[in-house]
Design a protein around this ligand. Sequence first.
Ligand code: SAM
Length: 283
Amino acid sequence: MNYSHTYHAGSFSDVFKHIVLVMLVQSLRKKETPFCYLDTHAGLGRYDLQSKAAEKTGEASDGIGKVLRKQNMPPAVLDYATVVRAMNSPEAAEEMPRFYPGSPCLVRHFLRPQDRMVLTELDADDAQALKQEFHGDAQVGVHNTDGYAALKAFLPPKEKRGLVLIDPPFERPDEFRAAAQALTAAWQRWPRGTYAFWYPIKDRPPIDKFERLIGASGIQKVLVAELCLLPDTRAATLNGCGMMIVNPPWHMDEELRSILAWLWPRLRNGELGSTRVEWIVPE
Ligand code: SAM
């Protein structure tokens, strides 16, 4: 396993994924009853954007660096930016942030005392860092294990309400197929859960195939939202990314359209690229 998310922390793709994550968690907070958040590929809790790895790619300057100082943020973007700012010193808050929250720290910020979070991470060093990050936090469980196996082990949660983030590194060539199988099995165990699956957009055929697999799986209420900074025609480059959401909250399609209308012009370079919000399996 070679993947390290430190190279990509705070990139345009993290920005989009994490804003969607905030929208989903905020929706769960509307009811007092407890919820459980399962993060199958958790990564680190936080990232140092001044680390050698982060500076080597410079991806954060094309992501969070283009968003954090902007005005007139929609509410979910503002909530997200508030967590990023809170992780940094007040003097640094208006500049490019030094620290960037991974999905675990981002969601932890929104948990109420009645909620809980389960994090799984296969890399032993990253899992150890996560354990240190949340040491002594009774609301957070960290497991050094396979994320797809975690879907079997931890679902359905006792709370019967919650969100699952599936955010694999796409190192293995069959990741889309593995994810479709795992998502289908998880949905069969717990059809009422909300699931968010991140995927890279290079060229279209693998995504079309994945959508056909999901469409034929029996899973109901599946929405996709995508942000592309380049045309989705070249298999060799990361041109954009998408989030597939199963059981999204009411009106999330409309909210996503308005978030993307704000976000895309701020992240893109020039006129290339596109956005998409579409039901794969209708409500
Ligand atoms: N979710 C994180 C965030 O948004 O901040 C980023 C996660 S990163 C894209 C993917 C992570 O999955 C890496 O930390 C990698 O070590 C881990 N990983 C790779 N294969 C895994 C597996 N089979 N099960 C769990 N974690 C895995």
